[in-house]
Design a protein around this ligand. Sequence first.
Ligand code: KE4
Length: 422
Amino acid sequence: MSSSEELFNKAKQFIPGGVNSPVRACNSVESTPLLIKKGSGSHIFSEEGEEYIDYVMSWGPLILGHTHPEVTREVHNAVDQGSSFGAPCSQEIQLAESIRQAVPSIEKVRIVNSGTEATMSALRVARAHTGKNKVLKFIGCYHGHVDNLLAQAGSGVATLAIPGTPGVPEETAKQTLLAPYNDNDAVEAIFEQHGDEIAAIIVEPVAGNMGMVPPRSEFLQKLRETSNKYGSLLIFDEVISGFRISFGGAQEYYNVTPDLTCLGKIIGGGFSVGAFGGRSDIMDHLAPCGSVYQSGTLAGNPVAMTAGLTTLNLLSKSDYQSLANDTREFAQELSEILASKGVPIRLNCLGSLFSLFFTSEEVTDFDSAQKTDLNLFKKFYNQMRKQGIYLPPSNFECIFTSFVHTRKDFEQTLEAAKKVEF
Ligand code: KE4
């Protein structure tokens, strides 16, 4: 038995399912998780010392790769000064300013400790601002494990095919309205019926939790128009897309301005950071300016702020178009290799995000994403992992590249794909 297997069995004695986040358990691909000991650049190393090319990259934060030398150096310097003071520090001001410079719709930002905290808090302040209670989300989108937002969520909820929302009170779940992604007619119909009750639409402007599904043209702009028409807010959950699709996120790429934006992952540079922000007249409802309460012991701590700040500074000088071109070329080659094996394959790719769906239909929402052949994905995942390629253990997640993946990494991955048998 490998040391990963031994340790995972031990983990299950102390931690539910042996993991601190369900999708890591590899249940849907009927595999045992690798325990990872080290990361460097685009590679990770298991407890057994085996090396893998990493296309999970901690589920998105590490667009600069593992242990980026400048990020690591600055974090070492910061931690030598102290880890957390529970008091304002200059680094959180610098990170807030960097976020606002990169994302102009964010006039004010509150920094928190996770993407879940960001979306939960954005929803609370939207309700306070509008005086309305309902929220409209999209089937297959995932916004963290917030009570109101777990209804028909993507990511691990979809991966584990968890029905309903166990543990969420029915009266809470009733406040959540659902529409298919990319379906403006369904949104309009819901607003015609509930428009005066809906505080906000929350959407992943580029969906990353049903696999990668880009917005159809005009989808986001029409959400903007509908929310304006009914006096609801538009919240972009850019926890994945922020600083990934472009430096200014999906809202810059598609030129659609939300009222509030949720961020996470990349802005923490590998540390636990989330943020939500937007129009000052909305954000100033937050205590201590206003009476909407939200708080966090370690929010804005200088070490995580330094990691995020260093990351954004480096990204502000990075060539996103080149990364997107390299990723698309690689993803198309990978897709063609799999198609040559006689399996149905559909590729969705944008920037440094892509997904391969084993289906012959275009994937534009969760319903079409669910038509992917999960058995073929399981074979693909496990045979690639045996050859040193570490893919997300779910077809309802994204494959992430980074500024440190090399052509050699891509060539090695393509060679491994050629050996996969279905
Ligand atoms: P966290 O609370 O995990 O920091 O962020 C929640 C979240 C919010 N919004 C979006 C669009 C997200 O994708 C996420 C979290 N993403 C998943 C992977 N798709 C995190 C991985 C996991 O749950 O283990």
